[in-house]
Design a protein around this ligand. Structure first.
Ligand code: SF4
Length: 166
């Protein structure tokens, strides 16, 4: 397992390679590095220190540090979700660190929390086959079926777009 120094060196090298910086608040940085070390020991991989991991590598792959969301967050907000990685402006104190919105999709957060996926809304009426304006649409991605006049804008189960309904 890596020592805090090794984890820090790795993070510094990654920041340098990407033209960004590590958190300028040294106490805060230390806490994040300790969190990464703990996660590495607990799961066998360094998942994000400020998010709950599931312990399933495949499910947590997107939040192994540096996570899939770091670059767009540093680009847009000047910092990653935890503020381990920051932009030059934040590093220099031109811009302050502050809480930013979670970019990770909700279904992945729910899965890590052990919640079941969202279920489709129960039908409030019996489908009336005699109503010729309505048709059956099915999601080609997950198989969700809707009986209505037009395909749903978005699948309530897998979030696939309207064009994925046939
Ligand atoms: S939010 Fe920051 S600390 Fe967390 S995994 Fe992403 S890059 Fe690492």
């Amino acid at each position: 397992m890596s020592s805090i120094d090794n984890i820090k060196r790795r993070a510094e090298a990654n920041a340098k390679a990407n033209g960004i910086f590590l958190c300028p608040d040294l106490d805060f940085l230390q806490n994040l590095l300790e969190g990464l070390k703990e996660n590495e020991e607990r799961y066998g991989y360094g998942s994000c220190p400020c998010r709950l991991a599931s312990g399933n590598f495949e499910w947590d792959r997107d939040i192994i540090c540096p996570c899939d969301y770091r670059d767009p967050d540093v680009e847009k907000f000047g910092q990653c979700f935890c503020a381990l990685y920051v932009s030059k402006d934040v590093y220099k104190g031109v811009k302050s660190m502050e809480p930013i919105p979670e970019r990770r999709p909700q279904e992945k957060v729910d899965r890590a929390l052990g919640k079941t996926p969202t279920q489709p809304e129960p039908l409030t009426e019996t489908p009336d086959a005699s109503n010729t304006n309505r048709k059956l649409f099915y999601c080609k991605v997950c198989g969700y079926i809707a009986f209505r006049e037009e395909a749903p804008q978005k699948c309530p189960i897998c979030q696939a777009k309207q064009e994925m309904f046939g």
